[in-house]
Design a protein around this ligand. Structure first.
Ligand SMILES: C[S@@+](CC[C@H](N)C(=O)[O-])C[C@H]1O[C@@H](n2cnc3c(N)ncnc32)[C@H](O)[C@@H]1O
Length: 268
Protein backbone atom coordinates (compact mmCIF):
# COMPACT_ATOMS: atom_id res chain seq x y z
CA UNK A 1 0.00 0.00 0.00
CA UNK A 2 1.33 3.46 -0.87
CA UNK A 3 1.68 6.10 1.84
CA UNK A 4 -1.23 8.22 0.65
CA UNK A 5 -3.50 5.18 0.40
CA UNK A 6 -2.57 4.31 3.98
CA UNK A 7 -3.28 7.86 5.07
CA UNK A 8 -6.63 7.80 3.26
CA UNK A 9 -7.58 4.64 5.17
CA UNK A 10 -6.47 6.22 8.45
CA UNK A 11 -8.78 9.16 7.80
CA UNK A 12 -11.62 6.62 7.56
CA UNK A 13 -10.87 4.20 10.37
CA UNK A 14 -9.70 6.73 12.95
CA UNK A 15 -12.99 8.63 12.71
CA UNK A 16 -11.05 11.85 13.16
CA UNK A 17 -13.02 15.01 13.64
CA UNK A 18 -10.10 17.27 12.83
CA UNK A 19 -6.72 17.00 11.14
CA UNK A 20 -3.33 18.71 11.42
CA UNK A 21 -0.74 18.41 8.69
CA UNK A 22 2.87 19.59 8.96
CA UNK A 23 4.40 19.75 5.47
CA UNK A 24 1.90 20.30 2.67
CA UNK A 25 3.92 20.75 -0.51
CA UNK A 26 1.50 20.43 -3.45
CA UNK A 27 -1.41 19.18 -1.34
CA UNK A 28 -1.49 15.48 -2.21
CA UNK A 29 -1.90 14.40 1.41
CA UNK A 30 -4.01 17.42 2.37
CA UNK A 31 -6.60 16.57 -0.28
CA UNK A 32 -7.49 13.42 1.69
CA UNK A 33 -9.00 15.40 4.55
CA UNK A 34 -12.76 16.02 4.85
CA UNK A 35 -12.79 17.49 8.37
CA UNK A 36 -11.74 20.88 9.82
CA UNK A 37 -8.02 21.04 9.12
CA UNK A 38 -4.91 23.08 9.82
CA UNK A 39 -2.04 22.64 7.37
CA UNK A 40 1.39 24.22 7.90
CA UNK A 41 4.20 24.73 5.39
CA UNK A 42 6.47 27.76 4.81
CA UNK A 43 6.55 27.05 1.05
CA UNK A 44 3.36 25.23 0.08
CA UNK A 45 2.31 25.25 -3.56
CA UNK A 46 -1.08 23.58 -3.52
CA UNK A 47 -2.18 22.45 -6.97
CA UNK A 48 -4.77 19.84 -5.97
CA UNK A 49 -8.43 20.37 -5.18
CA UNK A 50 -8.86 20.61 -1.41
CA UNK A 51 -12.14 19.30 -0.03
CA UNK A 52 -12.11 20.39 3.58
CA UNK A 53 -12.43 23.52 5.67
CA UNK A 54 -8.72 24.31 5.90
CA UNK A 55 -6.61 26.94 7.60
CA UNK A 56 -3.47 26.95 5.44
CA UNK A 57 -0.57 28.44 7.36
CA UNK A 58 2.47 29.77 5.54
CA UNK A 59 5.03 29.34 8.32
CA UNK A 60 7.47 26.84 9.73
CA UNK A 61 5.90 24.47 12.21
CA UNK A 62 8.03 25.93 15.03
CA UNK A 63 6.71 29.43 14.31
CA UNK A 64 3.18 28.10 14.01
CA UNK A 65 3.27 26.38 17.40
CA UNK A 66 4.83 29.46 19.00
CA UNK A 67 1.57 31.34 18.37
CA UNK A 68 -0.70 32.11 21.28
CA UNK A 69 -3.53 29.84 20.25
CA UNK A 70 -2.37 27.89 17.19
CA UNK A 71 -5.46 25.69 16.94
CA UNK A 72 -7.96 28.54 17.05
CA UNK A 73 -9.29 27.53 13.63
CA UNK A 74 -10.43 24.18 14.99
CA UNK A 75 -12.06 25.76 18.01
CA UNK A 76 -14.21 27.80 15.65
CA UNK A 77 -15.69 24.66 14.12
CA UNK A 78 -18.78 22.92 15.46
CA UNK A 79 -17.02 20.44 17.69
CA UNK A 80 -18.75 18.17 20.14
CA UNK A 81 -17.78 19.29 23.63
CA UNK A 82 -16.10 15.90 24.15
CA UNK A 83 -13.55 16.87 21.53
CA UNK A 84 -12.40 19.85 23.51
CA UNK A 85 -10.38 20.32 26.63
CA UNK A 86 -11.36 23.01 29.07
CA UNK A 87 -8.77 25.49 30.28
CA UNK A 88 -8.72 28.71 32.23
CA UNK A 89 -8.53 32.16 30.72
CA UNK A 90 -8.80 35.54 32.46
CA UNK A 91 -12.40 35.63 31.25
CA UNK A 92 -13.29 32.26 32.71
CA UNK A 93 -13.35 28.94 30.90
CA UNK A 94 -12.40 28.51 27.29
CA UNK A 95 -12.30 25.44 25.15
CA UNK A 96 -9.24 24.02 23.47
CA UNK A 97 -9.32 21.68 20.50
CA UNK A 98 -7.77 18.24 20.87
CA UNK A 99 -6.15 16.90 17.71
CA UNK A 100 -7.63 13.62 16.53
CA UNK A 101 -5.26 12.91 13.62
CA UNK A 102 -1.91 14.55 12.87
CA UNK A 103 0.56 13.94 10.06
CA UNK A 104 4.21 14.96 10.49
CA UNK A 105 5.84 15.39 7.08
CA UNK A 106 7.69 18.72 7.26
CA UNK A 107 11.46 19.16 7.55
CA UNK A 108 13.09 15.73 7.30
CA UNK A 109 15.60 16.07 10.11
CA UNK A 110 14.90 14.11 13.28
CA UNK A 111 15.08 17.10 15.64
CA UNK A 112 12.44 18.97 13.60
CA UNK A 113 10.15 15.94 13.51
CA UNK A 114 10.71 15.44 17.23
CA UNK A 115 9.74 19.05 17.97
CA UNK A 116 6.68 18.64 15.76
CA UNK A 117 5.70 15.60 17.81
CA UNK A 118 6.30 17.38 21.14
CA UNK A 119 4.18 20.32 20.02
CA UNK A 120 1.41 18.12 18.62
CA UNK A 121 1.31 15.97 21.74
CA UNK A 122 0.57 19.06 23.85
CA UNK A 123 -2.66 19.33 21.84
CA UNK A 124 -3.51 15.61 21.75
CA UNK A 125 -4.80 12.95 24.10
CA UNK A 126 -4.71 9.15 24.40
CA UNK A 127 -7.29 8.69 21.63
CA UNK A 128 -5.24 10.80 19.18
CA UNK A 129 -3.39 9.25 16.27
CA UNK A 130 -0.06 10.81 15.28
CA UNK A 131 1.68 9.71 12.08
CA UNK A 132 5.27 10.32 10.95
CA UNK A 133 6.15 9.94 7.29
CA UNK A 134 9.46 8.71 5.84
CA UNK A 135 10.74 6.64 8.76
CA UNK A 136 12.04 3.72 6.67
CA UNK A 137 14.77 4.98 4.31
CA UNK A 138 15.78 2.50 1.62
CA UNK A 139 19.46 3.32 1.74
CA UNK A 140 22.02 5.42 3.56
CA UNK A 141 22.09 8.15 0.90
CA UNK A 142 18.34 8.74 1.24
CA UNK A 143 18.80 9.03 5.02
CA UNK A 144 21.50 11.71 4.86
CA UNK A 145 20.96 14.88 6.86
CA UNK A 146 22.47 16.87 4.03
CA UNK A 147 20.15 16.16 1.12
CA UNK A 148 21.83 14.96 -2.06
CA UNK A 149 19.19 12.60 -3.49
CA UNK A 150 15.86 13.14 -5.28
CA UNK A 151 13.71 11.15 -2.85
CA UNK A 152 14.79 12.14 0.66
CA UNK A 153 13.80 10.78 4.06
CA UNK A 154 16.59 12.44 6.01
CA UNK A 155 17.22 10.93 9.43
CA UNK A 156 13.60 10.96 10.62
CA UNK A 157 14.01 7.16 11.07
CA UNK A 158 15.69 7.95 14.42
CA UNK A 159 12.31 8.96 15.85
CA UNK A 160 11.25 5.31 16.26
CA UNK A 161 14.26 4.56 18.44
CA UNK A 162 13.96 7.83 20.37
CA UNK A 163 10.31 7.24 21.26
CA UNK A 164 11.03 3.60 22.14
CA UNK A 165 13.82 4.67 24.49
CA UNK A 166 12.40 7.84 26.04
CA UNK A 167 8.67 7.23 25.80
CA UNK A 168 7.90 3.55 26.40
CA UNK A 169 4.48 4.67 27.64
CA UNK A 170 3.53 5.37 24.00
CA UNK A 171 2.78 2.65 21.48
CA UNK A 172 4.65 3.31 18.23
CA UNK A 173 3.94 1.08 15.25
CA UNK A 174 6.23 0.97 12.22
CA UNK A 175 4.23 0.59 9.03
CA UNK A 176 5.62 -1.00 5.86
CA UNK A 177 3.99 1.45 3.45
CA UNK A 178 5.57 2.42 0.14
CA UNK A 179 7.92 3.98 -0.57
CA UNK A 180 9.55 4.90 2.75
CA UNK A 181 7.34 3.73 5.61
CA UNK A 182 5.37 5.48 8.31
CA UNK A 183 5.22 5.43 12.10
CA UNK A 184 1.86 5.54 13.86
CA UNK A 185 1.89 6.64 17.49
CA UNK A 186 -0.90 5.87 19.95
CA UNK A 187 -1.36 6.94 23.56
CA UNK A 188 -0.33 10.59 23.46
CA UNK A 189 -0.10 12.22 26.86
CA UNK A 190 -0.01 16.04 26.89
CA UNK A 191 1.18 16.01 30.50
CA UNK A 192 4.29 13.96 29.84
CA UNK A 193 7.38 16.23 29.98
CA UNK A 194 10.14 13.72 29.27
CA UNK A 195 10.86 14.83 25.69
CA UNK A 196 10.72 18.49 26.61
CA UNK A 197 13.00 18.01 29.61
CA UNK A 198 15.50 15.82 27.76
CA UNK A 199 15.33 17.41 24.30
CA UNK A 200 18.92 18.81 24.39
CA UNK A 201 20.31 15.49 25.58
CA UNK A 202 18.45 13.63 22.80
CA UNK A 203 19.66 15.98 20.08
CA UNK A 204 23.24 15.78 21.34
CA UNK A 205 23.07 11.98 21.27
CA UNK A 206 21.45 11.55 17.86
CA UNK A 207 22.81 14.41 15.75
CA UNK A 208 25.79 12.89 13.95
CA UNK A 209 27.44 13.86 10.66
CA UNK A 210 26.76 12.01 7.42
CA UNK A 211 26.94 9.29 6.37
CA UNK A 212 24.28 8.12 8.84
CA UNK A 213 24.68 4.65 10.35
CA UNK A 214 21.17 3.48 9.50
CA UNK A 215 20.49 0.25 11.44
CA UNK A 216 20.09 -2.88 9.30
CA UNK A 217 16.75 -3.46 11.02
CA UNK A 218 15.48 -0.18 9.60
CA UNK A 219 16.79 -0.87 6.09
CA UNK A 220 15.28 -4.39 6.25
CA UNK A 221 12.03 -3.06 7.75
CA UNK A 222 12.18 -5.54 10.60
CA UNK A 223 8.99 -5.50 12.66
CA UNK A 224 7.14 -3.15 10.31
CA UNK A 225 3.51 -4.16 10.08
CA UNK A 226 1.65 -4.39 6.78
CA UNK A 227 -0.50 -1.25 6.36
CA UNK A 228 -3.52 -3.39 5.44
CA UNK A 229 -3.24 -5.21 8.77
CA UNK A 230 -3.20 -2.01 10.80
CA UNK A 231 -6.08 -0.26 9.07
CA UNK A 232 -8.10 -3.49 8.95
CA UNK A 233 -7.82 -4.12 12.69
CA UNK A 234 -10.82 -4.22 15.04
CA UNK A 235 -9.47 -1.85 17.69
CA UNK A 236 -10.39 1.27 15.69
CA UNK A 237 -14.01 0.78 16.64
CA UNK A 238 -13.05 0.78 20.31
CA UNK A 239 -10.94 3.91 19.80
CA UNK A 240 -13.77 5.77 18.07
CA UNK A 241 -16.22 4.68 20.75
CA UNK A 242 -13.92 5.71 23.59
CA UNK A 243 -13.49 9.14 22.01
CA UNK A 244 -17.21 9.52 21.44
CA UNK A 245 -17.93 8.59 25.05
CA UNK A 246 -15.20 10.88 26.34
CA UNK A 247 -13.65 7.94 28.19
CA UNK A 248 -10.72 8.98 30.39
CA UNK A 249 -7.17 7.82 29.87
CA UNK A 250 -7.16 5.86 33.14
CA UNK A 251 -10.00 3.65 31.94
CA UNK A 252 -9.34 3.58 28.22
CA UNK A 253 -5.67 3.56 27.38
CA UNK A 254 -4.46 0.19 28.71
CA UNK A 255 -7.29 -1.79 27.05
CA UNK A 256 -6.64 0.06 23.78
CA UNK A 257 -2.92 -0.58 24.06
CA UNK A 258 -3.54 -4.27 24.62
CA UNK A 259 -5.89 -4.39 21.64
CA UNK A 260 -3.37 -2.70 19.32
CA UNK A 261 -0.56 -4.95 20.58
CA UNK A 262 -2.80 -7.93 19.97
CA UNK A 263 -2.77 -6.98 16.29
CA UNK A 264 0.77 -5.76 15.77
CA UNK A 265 2.65 -7.55 18.56
CA UNK A 266 4.60 -5.78 21.26
CA UNK A 267 6.35 -2.96 19.43
CA UNK A 268 9.10 -0.42 19.96
C1 LIG B 1 7.63 15.90 1.70
S1 LIG B 1 6.90 17.46 1.52
C2 LIG B 1 5.25 17.20 2.14
C3 LIG B 1 4.45 16.29 1.30
C4 LIG B 1 2.99 16.17 1.63
N1 LIG B 1 2.75 15.93 3.05
C5 LIG B 1 2.39 15.01 0.85
O1 LIG B 1 2.34 13.89 1.38
O2 LIG B 1 1.99 15.22 -0.30
C6 LIG B 1 7.67 18.35 2.80
C7 LIG B 1 7.20 19.78 2.94
O3 LIG B 1 7.64 20.24 4.20
C8 LIG B 1 7.84 21.61 4.10
N2 LIG B 1 8.70 22.06 5.20
C9 LIG B 1 10.05 22.19 5.22
N3 LIG B 1 10.44 22.67 6.41
C10 LIG B 1 9.32 22.83 7.16
C11 LIG B 1 9.08 23.31 8.47
N4 LIG B 1 10.10 23.71 9.27
N5 LIG B 1 7.81 23.35 8.92
C12 LIG B 1 6.78 22.94 8.13
N6 LIG B 1 6.96 22.49 6.87
C13 LIG B 1 8.21 22.43 6.39
C14 LIG B 1 8.45 21.83 2.73
O4 LIG B 1 8.21 23.15 2.27
C15 LIG B 1 7.74 20.76 1.91
O5 LIG B 1 6.70 21.31 1.14
Amino acid sequence: MKRHEFLRELHKVSGNRNYLEIGVNDGRSLKLSRVPTIAVDPAFKVVTEIRCDVHLVKATSDDFFARDNPLVHLKGGRHPVRNLRRGRSPLGYWRRAVLDLSFIDGMHLFEYALRDFMNIERHSDWTSVIVFDDVLPRNVDEAARDRHTGAWTGDVYKIAEILGRYRPDLLSVLVDSRPTGQLVVFGANPRNRVLRDRYDEIVAAYEVPDPQKVPEAILDRVGAVAPEVLVGAGFWRALRRARALGLGRSRGWEPLRAAVEGVVGSRL
